[in-house]
Design a protein around this ligand. Structure first.
Ligand code: GH3
Ligand code: MG
Ligand code: MG
Ligand code: MG
Length: 323
């Protein structure tokens, strides 16, 4: 490999400071002319970590793997077309959002224009001025960090909004926003769809006997056992309190009954640990099961049948599956 790392010539600043100042970034410099990079590297390392790639044909791979804040591409490469590299970086998922600063030769305005069209974010003309270089680089890195933070925040808020905090399963809101799609897909493809409604038996007395924290432990452990019993395409959610719903695409009533029975057994046969493992208690669950009966049937009707079946399971003595 032709990659050389140059450590930052200052103390690594705190992450927040990095976001604000644009200093302390990770830069990949693509340059195969010693006369050029021997000047650029020392300038950049006053504020940033720099990886120097002197083999432009490897640069794309390096850029995709290296988790950089910024690419600096010399357009006057000897062995490669720097513009082509920029355009490749723009078309690759892993590098699409990494900003690019081009270093352009004097009198290369046409190429520079091309670069800006391709998606180069900023440029410097040779001879490169130290302060201008650092200022432009900081701006790009600051913007990059800011955008990443925004994206993380949006992602986080989205996950919070559709996740049940106690169990980590999806919440009811998520279920309700996806149920319609799932049932429409099943109808359109002529596939079966099964819905399980699960409820912990005498959960109130677990709370009353061992306390609310113990109840929470049971809920978490139950969610874990549900997760272990279902497939990746099944949708499990905490519907409310101690009631859970599992939606199983492409599953008929026979298979769904088997899954439900297995899950019932997985709960009843293995005591639940509470009080940090100091105590074990027996838990049972009841399950109501229903399937989509005809194409286009409203999903609310399927859920309602599962709920009715659950009620029967309770009425018939609990710790059982009713379809
Ligand atoms: P059944 O067998 O008929 O289902 O009886 P049950 O006691 O399980 O049912 P009930 O609906 O009467 O009680 C449910 C209890 O679940 C009441 C409520 O305080 C408790 N609960 C609801 N949410 C939570 C929670 O997040 N944590 C804990 N620890 N308890 C909860
Ligand atoms: Mg109840
Ligand atoms: Mg209950
Ligand atoms: Mg209940």
């Amino acid at each position: 490999r032709a990659i050389t790392s140059y450590e930052i010539g200052m103390q690594q600043p705190e992450r927040d400071a990095v976001a604000e100042t644009g200093k302390g970034g990770r830069i990949l410099l693509v340059d195969d002319r010693p006369s050029s990079y021997e000047r650029l590297v020392p300038l950049l390392t006053t504020e940033h970590h720099v990886d120097l790639e002197t083999r432009p044909e490897d640069a794309l791979f390096q850029a995709a793997e290296g988790n950089y804040d910024l690419l600096i591409v010399s357009l006057g490469l000897e062995q490669y077309d720097g513009l082509r590299l920029c355009s490749q970086a723009r078309s690759l998922d892993r590098t699409r959002h990494v900003p690019i600063v081009a270093i352009a030769e004097a009198d290369s305005n046409a190429r520079l224009l091309r670069g800006l069209e391709i998606g180069v974010n900023d440029y410097l003309m040779r001879p490169v001025d130290k302060n201008e270089l650092l200022a432009r680089v900081r701006t790009q890195i600051r913007r990059r960090r800011y955008t990443e933070q925004l994206r993380d925040n949006v992602q986080h808020s989205f996950e919070m909004a559709v996740t049940d905090a106690l169990t980590g399963l999806h919440n009811r809101r998520y279920l309700e926003s996806h149920l319609k799609t799932l049932s429409e897909q099943a109808s359109a493809r002529g596939k079966p769809l099964a819905v399980m409604m699960l409820d912990i038996d005498f959960f109130k007395s677990i709370n009353d006997t061992y306390g609310h924290d113990a109840g929470d432990d049971v809920l978490r452990e139950f969610a874990m056992r549900i997760r272990r019993s279902i497939r990746g395409i099944d949708l499990a959610c905490r519907f409310g309190g101690e009631e859970f719903v599992v939606v199983m695409p492409e599953t008929n009533v026979q298979v769904a009954s088997m899954v439900a029975e297995r899950l019932r057994g997985a709960v009843a046969s293995e005591p639940f640990a509470i009080e940090k493992g100091a105590r074990q208690i027996d838990v049972t669950i009841s399950i109501g099961l229903s399937t989509l009966e005809r194409k286009g049937e409203p999903i609310a009707d399927v859920l309602k049948r599962a709920d009715t079946a659950l009620y029967r399971a309770k009425h018939d003595g609990r710790n059982r599956v009713v379809a």
